[in-house]
Design a protein around this ligand. Structure first.
Ligand code: ADP
Ligand code: MG
Ligand code: MG
Length: 204
């Protein structure tokens, strides 16, 4: 399992495809418990990310993911832009100016990204946010002796589905209190797609 620059680009391409395809679905999830813009926010942000990275030649992973981060921070409003932006910025910093990351470096990078989301948003596991997908996935990549793309995607999906029964404690959905129960968290859904896209790159 190696993340090369080309594979990293493929990951972002695949994720953008997924986001564009699922834009309406993500927006519907956010209509139920938020302000109905999550699909639009992510679709706009990743369209810009793709424009940026397809027009640039990268010689290091950190340069690529810094561009992803800065694009998201500058183009996506709301909670998700700064949160995903921070995640990719920490990921970039952790990967340093290497051309490829092995599994250990990838796991460390994802953990740094997760820590960034937590510091920025002050949420914890169980608050019904993207962290409920990120934390178990990062733990899986860090600790499991054999990791497969299939299992990674499966775990992310399960964790996304588990947010349905949670009561939101952070973000807009928390304004609904108990009425937030019964709906999948939009950021957990977009995070599932992020890890499913990553998993897909490693299956090939
Ligand atoms: P906004 O809520 O500002 O309209 P989005 O709709 O784009 O932003 O994103 C909402 C998602 O952001 C939520 O579904 C949740 O997963 C995530 N989120 C919101 N607040 C936090 C937080 N404090 N920590 C982690 N994730 C959060
Ligand atoms: Mg929203
Ligand atoms: Mg909003």
């Amino acid at each position: 399992m190696k993340l090369t620059i080309e594979r990293a680009k493929q990951w972002m391409r695949k994720y953008n495809e997924q986001i564009q395809e699922q834009k309406t679905y993500l927006t519907e999830l956010d209509q139920a418990i938020g302000d109905g813009d999550h699909g639009l926010n992510m679709a706009r942000g990743f369209e810009e990310v793709i424009k940026k990275i397809e027009s640039t030649n990268y010689t290091s992973l950190d340069a690529l993911f810094k561009d992803v981060a800065m694009t998201l921070i500058s183009k996506v409003g709301g909670a998700s832009g700064p949160l995903y932006g921070t995640a990719f910025l920490r990921f970039a910093t952790s990967l340093k100016s290497e051309k490829e990351a092995d599994r250990t470096n990838l796991a460390e990078g994802l953990n740094a990204a997760l820590e960034g989301i937590k510091v920025r948003g002050k949420a914890h596991a169980g608050d019904k946010t993207m962290i409920d997908v990120w934390e178990p996935v990062v733990n899986y990549v860090r600790t499991e002796s054999v990791i497969t793309g299939r299992k990674l995607a499966q775990l992310a999906k399960e964790k996304m589905e588990e947010t349905k029964d949670m009561e939101a404690k952070m973000g807009r959905a928390s304004y609904l209190g108990k009425r937030s129960i019964g709906y999948i968290d939009p950021g957990a859904a977009s995070s599932y797609l992020l890890f499913a896209s990553l998993a897909d790159c490693f299956e090939k």
